[in-house]
Design a protein around this ligand. Structure first.
Ligand SMILES: Nc1ncnc2c1ncn2[C@@H]1O[C@H](COP(=O)(O)OP(=O)(O)OP(=O)(O)O)[C@@H](O)[C@H]1O
Ligand SMILES: [Mg+2]
Length: 281
């Protein structure tokens, strides 16, 4: 390793240790949303996350990239405690959201999952009408008291998800009757209907055609005005297009965390460079 790369790796590791990106994106918002410190996670005997330090900023898109099995989905699930649902999982370290420890005994998991919505790889609408897919959670959380209020909230969520014009005349049809790309936008409408702070997206476009993918990417760009988005992708062009910040995971560690443009134009670590340029994967 030459001196320049060694120095860059040292710099990268030291700033990563503080949770900060190596290079700040000056046009991004730097109010902290999620603060992760020394996070470790084991599935039984097998360690899947190793000493993760990461600051995630409000109203930005942060992309998680890295080879299959490196811990991206596991890390996402730490942010809304979905790993609690998996037997044999043990975690150490701190995950703070807006200054509050999400793993604290007094943290209400239902309230946490309302504040941190999730969209999965495969669109998974409930077996209910388009309307009910969006209306159900706000009603459960007592966010609407009158029918008119509920109608308004459903319309707004569908508009924000870029789906309203396509479904406004068939709100009572099953959510599963929509195309894959429309179903994914319905799932996004369902996630934003409860007005979360953060939306986690785990490969949200990998099951979609290129046009639906472009629609969702545009949507992410609009939604970040209202929400903090953390997304996983295997598509480097997508990370480069949508993300303000990118974190490169490898074998359970964050190897580099940086302003996306910097990550793609001048990665500070050889591992990130090899992965991004397709030499590793
Ligand atoms: N429920 C589970 N039980 C046991 N081990 C698991 C479980 N889920 C994930 N793992 C292991 O943890 C490691 C990280 O997996 P994870 O699914 O987080 O990777 P990933 O980066 O999301 O991969 P991909 O890109 O393929 O989705 C892998 O070694 C995986 O086998
Ligand atoms: Mg995954």
């Amino acid at each position: 390793m030459n001196m320049q790369v060694a120095e860059r790796e040292r710099l990268s590791m030291s700033s990563q240790h503080a949770g900060q990106p190596v290079t700040r994106n000056d046009s991004a918002n730097h109010e902290l949303s999620i603060r992760v410190r020394d996070l470790n996670l084991w599935y039984g005997q097998s360690q899947a996350l190793k000493n993760i330090n990461l600051d995630i900023f409000q109203k930005n898109v942060t992309a998680l990239i890295g080879p299959s099995g490196c811990g991206k989905s596991t890390f996402l699930r730490c942010l809304n405690r979905m790993n609690d649902l998996i037997p044999g999982v043990r975690t150490e370290g701190l995950v703070e959201m807006d200054g509050r420890d999400v793993n604290a005994a007094k943290m209400d998991e239902v309230a946490l999952r309302r504040r941190v919505g999730m969209v999965f790889q495969k669109p998974n609408p409930f077996p209910k009408s388009i309307f009910e897919n969006v209306a159900y959670a706000p009603r459960m959380h007592d966010m609407v008291s009158r029918k008119a209020e509920q109608d308004e909230l459903v319309e707004q969520a569908l508009r924000d998800a870029g789906l309203w014009n396509e479904v406004k005349d068939k709100l009572q049809q099953p959510g599963t009757s929509l195309s894959g790309g429309q179903q994914q936008r319905l799932c996004i409408a369902r996630a934003i209907a409860v007005k979360p702070d953060v939306i986690l997206m785990d490969e949200p476009t990998s099951a979609l055609d290129p046009i639906s993918t472009a629609t969702i990417e545009d949507l992410m760009d609009k939604l970040k005005k209202q929400f903090t988005i953390v997304t996983v992708t295997h598509n480097m062009q997508q990370a480069a297009r949508v993300a303000d910040y990118t974190a490169f995971f490898h074998l359970g560690e964050v190897i580099e965390y940086n302003d996306t443009r910097m990550m793609f134009s001048n990665p500070h670590t050889k591992k990130a460079e090899d992965y991004i340029t397709g030499r590793y994967g």
